[in-house]
Design a protein around this ligand. Sequence first.
Ligand code: NAP
Ligand code: ZN
Length: 352
Amino acid sequence: MNTTQVKAYGAADKDADLKELNINRRAVSEKDIEIEILYCGVCHSDLHTARNDWGGTLYPAVPGHEIVGRITKVGSEVTKLKVGDLAGVGCLVGSCSTCDSCKNDLEQYCSNGWVGTYNGPDKLLGGHTFGGYSEKVVVDEHFVLKVPANLDLAAVAPLLCAGITTWSPLKHWKVGKGSKVAVVGLGGLGHMAVKLAKGLGAEVTLFSRTPDKIQDAKDLGAHNVVISTDEDQMNAVTGEFDLIIDTVPNIHDINPYVATLNYSGTIVLVGYLGPLDPFLNTVPMIMGRKSIAGSLIGGIAETQEMLDFCGEHNIVSEIEIIKMQDINKAYERMLKSDVKYRFVIDMASLKA
Ligand code: NAP
Ligand code: ZN
């Protein structure tokens, strides 16, 4: 298959800084769309992948799954979008399209394995997929999203992962007017969860370790902020919430959050991936018919629904724009929770 070489930024191994390198993009086939990447958000998953926190990273690793850009080429059978349109690509670039999950617009739960925008199996070129820290990407039109034209494009990029990952559980658990929602952690995902839950009409509380974020959280729409390391503040919200979205990226004790769920409430883990420590105490789960759940990004139709909702309600991410060359510094700041509230790479810096 014909390919074009493009500039990208990636890690050669788990201990290496990200550096400029060249990758190949496939030639545009009938159903493909080629996008010149204008902005790419920086998700904590990018860092987990570059540093092999979850195991299984394939190198070189080129992260980036919060992509927005302009369409430069389309295949002959593409109907969704045209050359010159704005477009977005999130975490997914492929799935089987025939299994039950795919047929139900839940490509992220594809039983034959979905293809991640990076570090997924590249079925056409062989090897693995490369993400949005690059000049261009070529994606099947099914996985390309329409971007609302009224929003700031750089601030839209994080909606493609942070937005959909928090929107999907909010919708699945039917959050709306009258719902009491709490969000754990005010980072990329957390600040979108606050904005989206508020946009859906819920009363939102933020759990944070960081008193400096209290005012920001309120400005973003939180009705209340609970400092999670303060036992009195935690006790004051016992039995309060219908739904908690926990975005913390590291292992942590979820038992104190379970105590703040109302009967029949659910805590959805979207951040930390792995076994819990300490163990989950089942007593409050049984006594209060409480649930613990997980949730993975969102399907393509749901991502479009979220983008359209954001367009209608003027919701975007709070961002700090960086140059591609500053990505390693950005990762270090992310590890210190020093991001307000999403880094977005201006991809023009890669061309300079
Ligand atoms: P982020 O911007 O770094 O935000 C994480 C926030 O969690 C921090 O700002 C901090 O908020 C809090 N936090 C960090 N370390 C903590 C600790 N040890 N204990 C308690 N709180 C802590 O990260 P992100 O991009 O939002 O991503 C969050 C996690 O979600 C990552 O693990 C990422 O891989 C994962 N993720 C999952 C999905 C999915 O589909 N499920 C999709 C995308 C990302 P405070 O300062 O307010 O405490
Ligand atoms: Zn992500």
